[in-house]
Write a protein that binds this ligand. Structure first.
Ligand code: G3I
Length: 483
């Protein structure tokens, strides 16, 4: 294990990836984003190109994403080889000199594919191998697949290349079956093989936009987020991390909803790291009824990440408004240009929120599975019970006067399409909040049922939901029934 040379020692790297995620309140206010983030146990990064490597990059940020210089349009040949890696090398070298993590962006993408456009899976695999091996552990995270899902909240995959390679062999509407062809699965399998063969520690990510909330504006379920969740759950063995791009604007699917944290949490519950990868927030969002201004919107996003231990990094998509891909919306943390930058209110809000550390600000708010403020006692799993097609187990974090329960639902010898879990709470105990399930009742016999995105569980596989309550929850005996 090596330690990154940051003002505090809590951001540790294991082969380049964030390993320590959870600490208590910040000890002292830090004065840069990277120091404040490191103190809270996450990275705070920026997208840049070689022409934008002013001193502020290394001073304020401890992670770097090439905004355009590692895209296939720049570095891929038509046979999956590498070319024109000079700018990418410049960025990786700068990051190394300044103790910054690097996110490779990106390998398999319908856009900016350059010479790779139209390639078959074998050629994509060649490119994946070349890109991974070119920089090895100097790249901590790679976006292996980018923007695989359709727009407009359809919940479907894209259909243009490379997704035109996909085949739903049995016509059941998904690409998860053994006989199916899936460019997402096959690209991740190849990437995982290369990582393992080379003994690399590089983590493999899937990245997309409009996947940030459980819902979209108006409360409609976020089908695109649900589709991403299904992909990560099915291919969990190959996928290490999930990127929420977080280009927030006034599109109904791109709004900052109050369930951002709960959505980060459900992906984290799959065991992957979650990152906010391309954050920028339209200044005009201040005019909607969802926030009091851009700075408060930034604060909200940072807080949602801080409140989930496995949300291990935030990256803003550029330094300054005028140099952003969406400059007219003034979505970043600085104004100015060419290295002469001024901090905005959004910068101050982000710094302040990072300095508060990973402490929930409102432990009882809806969709906010929170940690207790006193030391919890972690109880081992409570016994599974006989069931029709599924079993459920409960793991408890308890403290005086309250608890958080995580319930694992496991399918038996056949896949299930839905589940119900009945729990009887001790007298005097009350559920105050739950996530990843619908709930009937708050006390006594409480029933939890799957949501649309987590009802399907394959043979022997599991999904989790959770709830928070007052009182005690020891000795719970869950009864699981499948449908
Ligand atoms: O460098 C050339 C310049 O020489 C030329 O004169 C000019 C003429 O248009 O183009 C310049 O290249 C542009 C490049 O940005 C650098 O500024 C490209 O046209 C332009 O297409 C490219 O846009 C990038 C865009 O991805 C392409 O899809 C943006 O900078 C970049 O911020 C954006 O990033 C994407 C992420 O990769 C994926 N998620 C969404 C995000 C925003 O769209």
């Amino acid at each position: 294990m090596t330690s990154i040379a940051l003002p505090t020692a809590v951001l540790l790297l294991v082969g380049g990836a964030v390993a320590v995620q959870s600490i208590g309140p910040a000890a002292a206010a830090e004065t840069t984003l990277r120091a404040a983030a490191a103190q809270a146990g996450l990275f705070f990064g920026v997208a840049a190109s070689p022409g934008r490597l002013s001193s502020i990059v290394g001073q304020e940020f401890n992670q770097l994403t090439p905004e355009n210089d590692m895209k296939p349009s720049t570095i891929a040949t038509s046979t999956g080889g590498l070319q024109n890696t000079g700018n990418a090398d410049t960025l990786v070298n700068y990051a190394q000199t300044n103790n910054m993590l690097v996110r490779g962006h990106t390998m398999v993408w319908h856009s900016q594919a350059g010479a790779l456009q139209g390639a078959n899976q074998a050629t994509l695999n060649t490119f994946i191998g070349n890109a991974l091996n070119r920089w090895g552990n100097r790249i901590a995270y790679w976006d292996v697949v980018n923007e695989a899902l359709d727009d407009n909240n359809t919940g479907r995959r894209r259909t243009q290349w490379p997704h035109s390679l996909n085949r739903d062999a049995n016509g059941d509407g998904d690409f998860f079956d053994a006989g199916d062809t899936d460019v997402i699965r096959d690209s991740f399998i190849r990437a995982k093989q290369v990582v393992q063969a080379g003994g690399l520690t590089t983590k493999l990510c899937i990245n997309d936009y409009d996947v940030e909330g459980l819902t979209v504006q108006g409360g409609t379920q976020n089908r695109k987020a649900n589709a991403l969740y299904d992909i990560v759950r099915n291919y969990r063995q190959y996928i290490d991390c999930v990127g929420f791009q977080a280009h927030f604007n006034d599109n109904p699917n791109s709004i900052i909803t109050n369930d951002l944290q709960a959505n980060i949490q459900r992906f984290a519950d799959l065991g992957v790291e979650v990152h906010i990868t391309e954050l920028d927030i339209d200044d005009d969002l201040s005019n909607n009824d969802i926030g009091a201004g851009q700075a408060e919107n930034y604060r909200k996003v940072v807080r949602a990440c801080l409140n989930v231990a496995k949300c291990t990094g935030i990256t803003v998509w550029g330094i300054s408004d005028s140099e952003s891909w969406r400059s007219s919306e003034r979505g970043l943390l600085f104004t100015g240009s060419n290295g002469n930058y001024q901090k905005k209110a959004a910068y101050t809000a982000v710094l302040d929120e990072l300095n508060k550390g990973r402490v929930p600000i409102n432990p009882t708010s809806p969709n906010t599975p929170s940690s207790p403020s006193v030391s919890p006692t972690v109880s081992p799993t409570v016994s599974p019970t006989p069931s029709t097609g599924c079993t459920a187990t409960v793991s408890l974090d308890s403290w005086t006067g309250g608890f958080v329960a995580t319930v694992t639902v496991t399918a038996g010898t056949a896949p299930i399409n839905g589940w119900n879990v009945l729990l009887t709470l001790p007298s005097g105990s009350t559920v105050t909040n739950s996530w990843n399930a619908t709930r009937g009742g708050n006390s006594g016999a409480v029933q939890f049922s799957n949501l649309s995105y987590n009802g399907r569980v394959n043979t022997g596989q599991s999904t989790q939901f959770g709830f928070q309550g007052t009182g005690t929850a020891t000795g719970l005996t869950p009864v699981c029934t499948a449908s």
